[in-house]
Design a protein around this ligand. Structure first.
Ligand SMILES: *Cc1c(COP(=O)(O)O)cnc(C)c1O
Length: 341
């Protein structure tokens, strides 16, 4: 095995074609066994369910090299479970957990030369997705689907050290009109594009979405969950059934309690209490935690005492412990690290 000649530490978070992708077809009521293919293009009927009614769901996880040179993925069973839940919500026939895990093994193994080396900060991003592929014109679910996984090497989220970001409180609702905010679906992302483009134009890195009903409670950003630290060192994250259950956030809560001996709690968080927090971060697969330095709520600036120029102390401990667990320098809870064989 020879790693590809890639400048790993200068990769961006972008797509790059690799050698293989996985594809399985659903037809006549069942999924086939799946296979790897070298063809990165998909040919679809003009009336495919995914194109007309956005019947598609996805997941995101990463494969990387540990300190002792193993290729691993982080908690893929949770991505499998979440993909199944997302699929059920959009009347997409779910793949089994076994097929999902087997597909991840096969596609990462086949592209092992693209898994960035330990210490490069880069990872192989793994993107499973399922979509309706046959022609549908009446509003109904498709009869045929494709379950695919593409992989692409992506760069470290933070180049040249961690840089805290500024976000704005957003006036748009993130969720698609049918309450799909808690699933990982293309629909939610399409609905958030307008808001993120506008935020960037105004100089913000991200949007803080509020609950649609009362517009007083913190939900999440377009693609990451919030995590706050109180002034007395307690970790709190928003409780809501319309945010995506981030695997990183759930892992960080467990790390806070079991590895760092901190109190951690999921509860409703009001925008009005933002100024009481000492630290704020965004959690997701790509960055683990990105510190937030400032939130702007319609002109009112809320700066977090820790985290304006660097990561706050507790955010940093959480970050270092979870990345240590992922990279194999700290012992992982059972089942968190799955080796690609
Ligand atoms: C993927 C995603 C997250 C982060 O979840 P992880 O499982 O930690 O990667 C948070 N919010 C949204 C809307 C997402 O799509």
């Amino acid at each position: 095995m020879a790693k590809k000649d890639i400048d790993w530490s200068n990769l961006s978070f972008g797509y790059q074609k690799t050698d293989y992708r996985y594809v399985s077809y659903f037809k006549d009521g069942k999924w086939d066994n799946g296979q790897l293919t070298t063809d990165e293009n998909i040919v679809l009927n003009e009336c495919a369910g995914v194109l007309q009614y956005a019947q598609t769901v996805f997941e995101g996880l990463k494969a990387y090299t540990t300190v002792d040179g193993r290729t691993v993925v982080f908690r893929p069973d949770l991505n499998a479970e979440r993909l199944i839940q997302s699929a059920e919500r959009l009347i997409i026939p779910p793949v089994s957990k076994e097929q999902f895990l087997d597909a991840v093994q096969k596609v990462v193994k086949a592209n092992e030369d693209y898994v960035p080396p330990y210490g490069s900060g880069a990872t192989l991003y793994v993107r499973p997705y399922i979509f309706g592929s046959n022609a549908v014109i009446g509003v109904k679910p498709a009869d045929e689907y494709q379950f695919r996984i593409l992989v692409t090497p992506v760069g470290p989220y933070f180049k040249g050290g961690v840089k805290p970001i500024t976000i704005r409180v957003c006036d748009y609702d993130r969720a698609a009109p049918h309450g799909t905010g808690h699933i990982k679906a293309g629909l939610n992302y399409a609905m958030s594009l307008y808001a993120i483009v506008e935020a960037h134009k105004q100089g913000y890195d991200e949007n803080m979405y509020l609950d649609a009903a009362t517009r007083t409670k913190v939900e999440e950003t377009g693609g990451a969950n919030f995590l706050f630290v109180t002034k007395d060192g307690k970790v709190v994250t928003p409780k809501s059934n319309s945010i995506l259950p981030s695997i990183t956030r759930r892992s960080l809560i467990q790390v806070a309690k079991e590895y760092l001996g901190l109190e951690a709690e999921e509860r409703e968080i009001y925008v009005d209490e933002l100024e009481d927090f000492a630290e704020c971060g965004l959690c997701g697969t790509a960055a683990v935690i990105s510190p937030v330095g400032k939130v702007v709520n319609h002109g009112k600036e809320i700066c977090f005492p820790a985290g304006m120029s660097e990561m706050g102390p507790i955010t940093k401990k959480l970050y270092e412990t979870l990345t240590g667990i992922q990279m194999g320098t700290i012992e992982a809870p059972k089942g968190w690290i799955v080796e690609i064989k």
